[in-house]
Design a protein around this ligand. Structure first.
Ligand SMILES: Cc1ncc(COP(=O)(O)O)c(C=O)c1O
Length: 360
């Protein structure tokens, strides 16, 4: 079962859920085996892992944290706490994302006695390659040594750099770096990753998709994430004044060029309720069911047999087993037209959808 994230309707942005919702769900679903929490999310907003771990442990359930974006968190006290320090049972981290190992360097950490190490090892064995590259191990070891020896000093410099760059971006007309004021609150996030620059470009009357395309084509600057109104840049321990300067120069050029951009195609953004699709089949059953490919208008009311995920940030809009609605079809099709990346669906043009042959 899914736990809804905290939803900021004004900014159309979600944050990790809080401990009260976790408690309610465990009460309602006592059969649940544990909890999987994604924090930080792709926008760098973090949930209250400690409080959620306490709730999970009250019910004797393990907390697994998808900390793909948190490889740097253990190495500086001014960063949000990482899962192992906040009593999670398992933490999975992509060291290639905000750390410095080569791609595919994802690792997991385990503590406590709620997850049997032999079971975890057996699961890992099922999924892992039998031909790992020594580059992965070498760069993981190198990164760990580097961070243990110099991480705090390097990240102190990065935090200062991120702080001054944030102020400089805010001085550019039409750009605003989102931060604590927008992200934090009882119904929002617990803490922000200060190394993420979530830059709102909507005052330039352009979309985040247009901004990233233009920055890549004209400034040779590639950003990690864009959506209908924002772009996100990530600072790491490897950044310095030179790289921050490249970002600032590119953004200044964007501000000047934006006047000549065409009006961005509108994205039909659904409300948070409209994003909650009804699950009528287990995702696995729907994925392996007999399927057919139907035109987009015929897909409304049918059970999806595929994921439809705007990526990044990679939170699925539709999952196998969910009933497709008009609102979500309009959302992903208008998003695609506006520049959203949707890598999953069988029909990459979204003229048709892969649905379970049996009607609900
Ligand atoms: C939140 C989150 N979890 C997991 C992953 C997958 O990580 P990896 O590419 O290391 O397998 C991603 C990738 O973008 C992610 O954003």
């Amino acid at each position: 079962m899914w736990l809804s994230p905290h939803w900021d309707a004004e900014r159309h942005l979600s944050h990790p859920p809080g401990p009260d919702e976790v408690r309610e769900l465990f009460k309602a679903e006592p059969e649940a085996k544990g909890m999987l929490l994604v924090t930080p999310n792709d926008y760098g907003t973090c949930g209250d892992i400690q409080a959620i771990a306490e709730v999970c442990h009250e019910f004797g359930k393990p907390l697994i944290v998808d900390e793909a974006w948190g490889a740097h968190l253990p190495f500086h006290p001014d960063l949000p706490p990482w899962g192992m320090d906040a009593d999670a049972d398992v933490v999975v981290t992509s060291v290639h994302k905000s750390g410095a190992a080569v791609e595919q360097s994802s690792v997991f950490h385990l503590q406590g006695d709620l997850v049997d190490p032999n079971v975890l090892k057996a699961r890992e064995d099922l999924l892992a390659t039998t031909s790992p590259t020594s580059l992965v191990y070498a760069t993981l070891d190198g990164w760990l040594r580097h961070m243990v020896q110099h991480g705090k000093e390097l990240l102190t410099a990065t935090l200062a750099l991120a702080h001054s760059t944030r102020a400089a971006i805010n001085d550019l007309t039409g750009l605003r770096v989102m931060g604590e004021a927008e992200f934090l609150g009882e119904e929002l996030a617990k803490s922000p990753d200060p190394l993420k620059m979530v830059i709102d470009v909507s005052a330039l009357d352009i979309s985040g998709y247009q901004a990233t395309d233009w920055l890549r084509e004209h400034q040779r600057v590639t950003l990690g994430l864009s959506d209908h109104r924002r772009v996100v840049a990530q600072f790491t321990h490897a950044d310095d004044h030179r790289t921050a300067g490249i970002l600032l120069d590119a953004l200044s050029a964007l501000v000047k060029a934006a006047d000549d951009f065409e009006t961005p195609p509108p994205v039909d953004l659904p409300s948070s309720d409209e994003l909650q699709l009804e699950t009528v089949m287990l995702p696995r059953d729907a994925f392996f069911a007999e399927v057919e490919q139907v035109d987009a208008d015929q897909a409304v009311g049918r059970i999806s047999a595929e994921m439809v995920t705007p990526y990044p940030p990679g939170a699925p809009a539709v999952l196998p087993g969910e009933v497709i609605t008009k609102e979500v079809v309009d959302y992903v099709r208008s998003g695609l037209n506006a520049g959203m990346e949707l890598p999953d669906p069988a029909d990459s043009e979204l003229k048709s959808f892969r649905v379970v042959a049996r009607k609900p």
